[in-house]
Design a protein around this ligand. Sequence first.
Ligand code: 5GP
Ligand code: ZN
Length: 113
Amino acid sequence: MENCVFCKIIKGEISSNIVYQDDDFVIFPDLNPKAKLHYLAVPRKHFALLSEAGYDEEILIGRILKKVSTLSKTLGLENGYRIIINQKGEKGNDAGQEVMHLHIHILGGEKLN
Ligand code: 5GP
Ligand code: ZN
């Protein structure tokens, strides 16, 4: 998708420090971390919202979540982590989703409030 910052990162047009990648998704640190460790897990396929997900995307999201659990030690998240998915709504954006390419925030590395 043109003008999508995460598509550009996935294509290598914007640099990021990718810490994990496979055929389905990539994980890289958030540019403006909200915790000592803050990663984004981003499907290679561009779609913005969970409401748009079909069966393949449902499976994909499940795969990502499970993979994050197996990578947790590698990512420095042995003490646990928090997962957040911000979602824009039909009428507003209470969650403040900024990037309209579905992504999973993974936060940890310290005690979170
Ligand atoms: P959202 O508010 O959409 O859930 O989160 C978007 C996140 O993407 C923000 O936490 C923001 O810091 C991060 N972000 C935006 N642009 C870039 C970028 O170019 N590189 C990286 N690594 N993160 C970005
Ligand atoms: Zn995209």
